[in-house]
Design a protein around this ligand. Structure first.
Ligand code: MET
Length: 576
């Protein structure tokens, strides 16, 4: 692996058309937070940027539905999203938004740069126009009968029944998804990024140069590249977005997928005057954390834009995750089938790390996975309470009981003590290797292995029995157990920062750096520990039942709404 001087980590900008849910968290934000906290703890030069994606059709649809302006929509959800991320300890260096003035200028200049270099083509085509609503109908704004399989409700870009890719003009009996009226064809001009011009470069860069990317990511790139790349429109006829900055482009804005990734650059500019160091120096390792639906944009379109512009680095890796389902069904914003972060934080105060833990332990890293409340409860009770909480609590409570809270001096170590302590550097190595390769589930298992090791050590050495016959031996046992406790606190910090903080408080020690991990001389004899607290509480059945009932209610409300909604309007669903 190449050694880099610094890191630039980006996480997909969530659309500000709704709150963030567990699918977003498991796919993108929790893994990237773990990665960045780990890098910071190792003392690496790293910045992490994110922000709300506030342009595009999803925002305008939400505004139309709620009868408010797009600006109101993004103001409302930006605030909710930002605050809930903070509540979960998602530690971006900056959480910006694509309606910021710095972004408008950055994106506009980027477009102009490509335009002036002749990197776009211009095309005038016929597109459907809704005369009632007064707008052009892009992609999912239009529905009709599929010309291939004859099913109703196919979209302007795809039939979900038979899977065919369509052009809106192929649809039989097309209808506007907004007004239900029959659209008319009108001429319109747009700018296109000719991806075909970049195909040879992308093939070489990805297919030869990045064989180490996750198989799901590499495979998707390969199939796009093998299918042949087509020019993609980078402008839209919409009244919400960043105006196309050239003459003759009135009423046209940048396509949201053109401006959104540039948001990473704008956010870096807002964060630091040294932004160019992070974006333009080959010594920077750039990593994009995203969900699988964003792969083509981050591996093909954005790199082509950066390459066409010149002077920018490309990502070293794009560790995209698959999707998380909820209780066996696809998470859906429009059907309210989700666990929303803002609601979780309200309903489960103090349980941020439980969610972080469960979403990591069950992360959809290589395939889609399912979140169930039963599993949430089981992992809390059997792993967090029974392993981590139990070990740390025993080590500290017994030190309080037998040594009045003062760390006892160790006597001579037995072969078993040494064997146990020898495990510490081994676990560290595995943990590092897993995090550096974006295997966060495995890395979490390693972190928990410190606690597992400690738990087993106490169970095997039984200080509560030995105390009667050999108090000196108990001093060695607890001295050793406290070293394992300190190791555990370091290791779990990237995954469960709230719990680590509590542990440092209980150990009455400033958080130790990553360099200390694996060592067995961290908490010296004679040091006074703090007051033991419970790290985790058992979650009772009724808490889980309440959450399940809430989902049932969402389902019932959804079914009732579907029964009274006209079929045409129902077809506008933007599930994310
Ligand atoms: N808003 C997009 C999504 O949620 C991600 C944009 S990342 C530049 O899919």
């Amino acid at each position: 692996m190449k050694e880099y001087k610094r890191y630039l980590v980006t996480s997909a900008l969530p659309y500000a058309n709704g709150p963030v849910h567990i699918g977003h968290l498991a796919g993108v934000y929790v893994p990237s937070d773990i990665y960045v906290r780990y890098l910071r703890k190792r003392g690496r030069d790293v910045i992490w940027v994110c922000g709300s994606d506030e342009h595009g059709v999803p925002i305008t649809i939400k505004a139309r539905r709620e009868g408010i302006s797009p600006q109101d929509v993004v103001d409302k959800y930006h605030k909710i999203i930002k605050e809930s991320f903070e509540g979960l300890g998602i530690s971006f260096d900056i959480y910006s938004r694509t309606t910021s003035p710095v972004h408008a200028k950055t994106a506009s200049d980027f477009f102009l740069d490509l335009y002036n270099k002749g990197e776009f083509t211009e095309e005038t085509t016929m597109q459907y126009y809704d005369e009632e609503a007064g707008i052009f109908l892009a992609d999912r704004y239009i529905t009709g009968t599929c010309p291939k399989c004859g099913s109703e409700g196919a979209y302007g870009d795809q039939c979900e029944k038979c899977g065919s890719t369509l052009n809106a003009t192929d649809l039989i009996n097309p209808r506007s998804a907004i007004s239900g009226s029959q659209p008319v064809l009108r001429e319109t001009k747009h700018w296109y990024l000719p991806l075909d011009r970049h195909e040879a470069f992308l093939r070489h860069w990805i297919l030869d140069g990045h064989k180490e990317w996750k198989t799901n990511v590499y495979g998707q790139c390969k199939s796009w590249l093998d299918g042949g790349l087509q020019p993609r429109a980078v402008s839209r006829d919409l009244n919400w977005g960043i105006p196309v900055p050239v003459e003759g482009a009135e009423g046209k804005v940048l396509y949201v997928w053109f401006d959104a990734p540039i948001g990473y650059i704008s956010a870096t500019k807002e964060l630091t005057p040294e932004w160019e160091k992070y974006w333009k120096d080959e010594e920077t390792k750039m990593v994009h954390f995203i969900g699988k639906d964003n792969i083509v944009f981050h591996c093909i379109v954005f790199p082509a834009m950066l390459k066409a512009h010149g002077g920018y680095i490309l990502p070293d890796n794009v560790p995209a995750n698959e999707f998380l389902n909820l209780e066996g069904e696809k998470i859906s914003t429009s059907r309210n089938w989700a666990v929303w972060l803002n609601e979780y934080l309200e309903e489960m105060p103090g349980k941020q790390d439980v969610l972080r833990y469960v979403l990591t332990a069950n992360a959809p890293e290589t395939k889609d996975n399912d979140f169930t409340w039963k599993e949430f409860q089981a992992r809390n009770n059997n792993e967090l309470v029974a392993v981590l909480g139990n070990f740390v609590n025993r080590a500290l409570v017994l030190t309080g009981k037998y040594f009045d809270g003062t760390v006892p001096a160790s006597g001579e170590l037995t072969a078993y003590d040494r064997e146990t302590l020898d495990e510490l550097p081994r676990i560290r190595e595995s943990l590092e290797n897993n995090i550096e390769h974006y295997r966060f589930r495995e890395a979490l298992k390693d972190a928990m292995n410190f606690a597992r090791l400690g738990n087993k050590y106490l169970a095997d050495t039984e200080p509560w029995k030995v105390v009667k016959s050999d108090p000196a031996r108990v001093a060695t046992i607890l001295h050793t157990a406290l070293q394992i406790t300190a190791n555990t606190a370091i290791a779990i910090e990237p995954f469960m920062p709230f719990t680590a903080e509590k542990m440092w408080r209980m150990l009455a020690t400033e958080p130790l750096g990553w360099d200390a991990l694996g060592r067995s001389d961290l908490i010296p004899a004679g040091h006074r520990t703090g007051t033991p607290e419970l790290l985790f509480e058992k979650i009772e059945d009724e808490v889980i039942e309440r959450q399940l009932r809430k989902l049932e209610e969402a389902k019932a409300a959804n079914a009732a709404a579907a029964a009274v909604t006209e079929p045409q309007k129902e077809t506008i669903t933007f599930d994310d």
